[in-house]
Design a protein. Structure first.
Ligand SMILES: [Zn+2]
Length: 299
């Protein structure tokens, strides 16, 4: 009798345990209310355009300076005249390239940042543009959450609240955010390096699992360590970098780690802008250009 009670208790415990839903990758484009995340080909830099199912838009970083960053053309072609919010991951120029222009020419609701801006000219011009257009800034840190309309949730995982960012390497001041819509999640780490990854593993391990990883620091060997990659466990990995860039991003070590992990890799330097759409259960991915086919070794 006692055994029967125990078995019933075990069965109930199993049935009530949360089931981690795995999203399904589909070939056909998704219709209806979908979240769209575009990793924009801006050359050697970072820029993501996020569009909620209700049509609210958000920009995460604004690529590098120079003509190779065709962000303004990209936004114009898509008729983007309003951004509910803009996120600045950190204050390096390859993420702020067209930020001043964006703030000056597009109606922006607010800027989300870690609150730390370097004293370089590009940072000062971004702050000036915010002041000119009276755009409010929301400073966030680990533990904070914010939304882009209904159901599109952002969870901030780094930097820690009250951290002295002036003493940090600028890459490690990067805002690390997890974007979740339904059962589908994206890990966006800016240029955070191994030190930040170690801190995330210590303090936020249970929050790191995600379906899509925007690979840290453009595929540099200073990010995307094995333990971190195992914790995120991404089915899809995206590297944003410029073709033949002078930093030799992405590094082979990172490509090997992603291949070993079995993540499907997309690269903006080879495939242009990558567009991910999801209804919260299924994911569809489009690339601007086909991936180059490997040239077989000469016999
Ligand atoms: Zn960068």
């Amino acid at each position: 009798m006692r055994l029967r009670v125990l078995l019933v208790a075990v069965c109930l415990a199993v049935l009530s345990a949360p089931v981690l839903a795995q999203p399904v990758f589909v070939e056909a484009p998704l219709e209806g209310k979908v979240l769209k995340v575009q990793i924009v080909d801006v050359g050697q830099g970072d820029c993501l355009l996020v569009e909620s199912p209700e049509g609210k838009r958000m920009l995460i970083d604004a690529g590098a300076m120079g003509r190779k960053n065709r962000l303004m053309d990209f936004l114009k072609e898509r008729g983007v005249t309003e951004l509910e919010q803009v996120l600045v991951s950190h204050s390096h120029a390859d993420h702020l390239g067209k930020m001043q222009k964006v703030l000056q020419t597009i109606k922006v609701g607010r800027v989300i940042s870690n609150g730390y801006f370097h004293t370089t000219g590009i940072n000062l011009r971004v702050l000036e543009a915010m002041k000119e257009r009276s755009i409010p800034m929301k400073v966030v840190a680990a533990g904070d959450t914010f939304k882009l309309g209904e159901g599109v949730e952002f969870q901030v995982l780094h930097p820690e609240k009250g951290a002295d960012l002036e003493d940090e390497d600028v890459n490690n001041t990067s805002l690390v955010v997890k974007l979740t819509y339904g059962d589908v999640s994206f890990m966006l780490t800016g240029d955070a390096e191994h030190d930040t990854e170690a801190q995330l593993l210590d303090d936020h391990l249970k929050d790191l699992d995600a379906d899509v990883l925007k690979v840290g620091h453009h595929g540099s060997q200073t990010a995307c360590g094995n333990r971190f990659l195992n914790a995120v466990s991404p089915t899809v990995a995206i590297i944003s970098c410029g073709l033949n860039n002078r930093y030799a991003h992405p590094r082979q070590k990172v490509l090997d780690a992603l291949a070993k992990h079995g993540s499907k890799l997309f690269r903006t330097d080879q495939e242009g802008t990558i567009t991910i759409t999801t209804d919260g259960k299924k994911i569809h991915i489009d690339q601007e250009k086909p991936a180059p086919t490997a040239v077989p070794d000469a016999a």
